[in-house]
Design a protein around this ligand. Structure first.
Ligand SMILES: *Cc1c(COP(=O)(O)O)cnc(C)c1O
Length: 388
């Protein structure tokens, strides 16, 4: 890291794995696979093979046919393509979208924009632990419904939804199902062949791959078509035209292969770290954990300390690099909409801190985080008027 800090913000983005860098460098420069993979000359065909190899690696990670993958610029674009693409293609059948307020902004803001254009949006409130009550979804689906969009693992709390059960219900009711898997890919086993998932959004930069490359899995289904967001060329069946970024795709493929090989080790490592952190701070007065502990991905621990303000806490926690709520909300200054919809008071939501761990995180990093957090909360509490 450029400054001496302890990075505990892996849910926001991860450093690129050196093996991924090596794969990407092999695509760059005069001797690399830099040629346009759509070109018919030998150099272009060599690039096309690099892309095909990467598609195979990503496809293996989620157990799909590599031809069902569309390359995008990241999960934001994948979510937009999935949601807008399906709803615009099915507009003549109905104009109803079902999602949750706990989704990432790359879903909620798309839903709000479609709402302004006249689509009806149903926001399913979670239980206090963050999970979707499935009977609420069953009740929300009607003849007008054209898409259900529910994320796999939550980026603020780590809460993992029951994607198998939600998919089964959507399939029964004949509504396409989109899953934002940006936080789950490469961290939780995903088998799209066994899940009733029609569309799955992915991104490379949360699994030690490069920023700026993602993918959308689109199930093979006669009834499922998508309107493109972009127009311009014949690449990717015109669903997402534009020259493919060969080095980024190669890097994503390599990152996916590495993640697949270390899924269990990573999971165990993260579990130990989160457990250690929680045991170290649970006795701090007023500290509560956000999100169902038994249903969450171990790479994230989200805690609130009532009465304190997240921004001040963040400053007091330096040199730890952590987030209040999610990185994507930190500019708005609003308390996390995710925590508010889980029934947390403004006061608790405002003091939320998200710790997130990765492959390089050590027990020493966690011990430093425990000390900083205990110290910061105690110090800030001492400054509160009622304690004076
Ligand atoms: C990071 C993230 C996104 C956005 O991904 P980008 O690749 O940065 O566009 C979307 N959804 C979730 C759940 C995320 O964690």
């Amino acid at each position: 890291m450029s400054d001496s800090g302890i990075y505990l913000d892996y849910a926001a983005t991860t450093p690129v794995d050196p093996r991924v860098v090596e794969t990407m460098l092999a695509c760059m420069g005069e001797a690399g696979n830099f040629a346009n993979p759509s070109a018919l000359h030998a150099a272009g065909r060599a690039s096309a093979r690099v892309v095909e190899h990467a598609a195979g690696e990503l496809a293996r990670l989620i157990n799909c046919d590599p031809r069902r993958l569309v390359w995008t610029s990241g999960a934001t674009e994948s979510n937009n393509l999935a949601i807008q693409g399906v709803l615009r293609a099915r507009e003549h059948r109905g104009r109803h979208l079902i999602t949750m307020p706990t989704e990432h902004k790359a879903v909620t803001d798309v839903a709000k924009a479609l709402g302004r254009e006249g689509w009806r949006v149903t926001w399913l409130e979670p239980e206090p632990g963050g999970l979707l009550p499935i009977e609420r979804l069953d009740a929300a689906i009607d003849d007008d419904s054209q898409l259900v969009s529910i994320m796999f693992a939550n980026n603020e709390t780590g809460v993992v939804q029951d994607i198998a059960a939600i998919g089964r219900l959507c399939r029964e009711r004949g509504v396409p199902f989109h899953v934002d898997a940006a936080q789950a890919l490469g961290k939780i086993a995903i088998d799209v062949a066994a899940l009733d998932v029609d569309l799955l959004s992915m991104t490379a930069h949360k699994i030690y791959g490069p920023q700026g490359i993602g993918a959308l899995y689109v199930a093979r289904c006669d009834d499922l078509s998508l309107e493109p967001l972009l127009f311009g060329g014949a690449q990717q069946g015109r669903l997402r035209p534009g020259t493919l970024p060969v080095h980024l795709i190669a890097g994503f493929g390599r990152a996916a292969a590495i993640a697949g090989g270390s899924l269990l080790d990573d999971y165990t490592h993260l579990w130990e770290l989160r457990d250690r952190l929680w045991r170290g701070i649970e006795s701090v007065p007023g500290v509560v954990r956000n999100g169902e502990a038994d249903a969450s991905y171990p790479g994230i621990l989200n805690v609130s300390a009532g009465g304190l303000d997240g921004e001040s806490l963040l400053l007091a926690l330096e040199p730890l690099h952590v987030s209040t709520g999610s990185a994507c909300n930190s500019q708005s200054g609003e308390p996390s909409a995710v925590l508010r919809s889980m029934g947390r008071s403004d006061e608790l939501a405002e003091s939320a801190i998200r710790f997130s761990f990765g492959r390089p995180t050590s027990k020493r990093d966690v011990d430093a985080a425990i000390e900083s957090y205990r110290d910061a909360v105690t110090r800030l509490r001492g400054l509160l008027p009622e304690a004076a």
